[in-house]
Ligand binder design. Sequence first.
Ligand code: DGL
Length: 265
Amino acid sequence: MSDKPIGVFDSGIGGMTVLRELIEHLPHESFVYFGDTARLPYGNKSAETVQRFSRENVRLLLDRGVKMVVVACNTATAEALPGLQREFSLPIVGVIDPGVRAAVAATRNGHIGVIGTAGTIRSGAYQNGIREKRPDAHVIPLACPLFVPLVEEGWIDTPVTRLVVENYLSPFVGHTIDTLVLGCTHYPLLKPVIQATLGNDVVLVDSAIETAREVAVVLDEQGLAGKNGGSRFHIILSDTSPAFEDVAARFLGRRVPDVELVSVL
Ligand code: DGL
């Protein structure tokens, strides 16, 4: 069992920011990554649709013989994780609990901003998670739907990007938040622009590293940790585009190997 790969899925290739940390932190594991690029974005779809897609993604990974699943998508974690954990018997870990833990550890004054897709913010998953761990927290949620297409387009640090980021984040400027949760797979790539907009006193929390730590704990607890050299990864997508290689390399921090295409519709 321990030699089997870990399955990772996202609505697209943004979850490669999580895959990157998993590869870095778990050198004895190998991975199968599924990016549902044909049906991206999940962030503006109904909870029912995101739940159905997420179930299908777990089944696809199960067919590849994975020993556990990482939901490397904030929207899918927010709207589908509890249902997935009830339905499937293998361990399934999402990105929100790790992000919540990191935010609560980082804040000094308890004033925490959370940004994400419309679905993630609507679900209240981050807001509830933070208040559960720190009941006196003052949480300010904000959906930033234009950030995902900007990053997908590779517009990471253009004048337009800066303008859009400044516009969305204006409710936080001059506010007392000392921590901002980047509650979406794509937002870590916008860190420099977000940091420049909010200033260096605000800690930006990205859940990828904390998620990799949680996966390591679960593998140990369940006796599933790989023992041999791993770090192999196989990428499966439901669609691809001419810009794919460039954008994916930004997320993954290295050239993306050959991709397998599957049909999900
Ligand atoms: N992966 C999604 C998330 O982290 C962002 C892209 C989408 O909307 O599907 O919320």
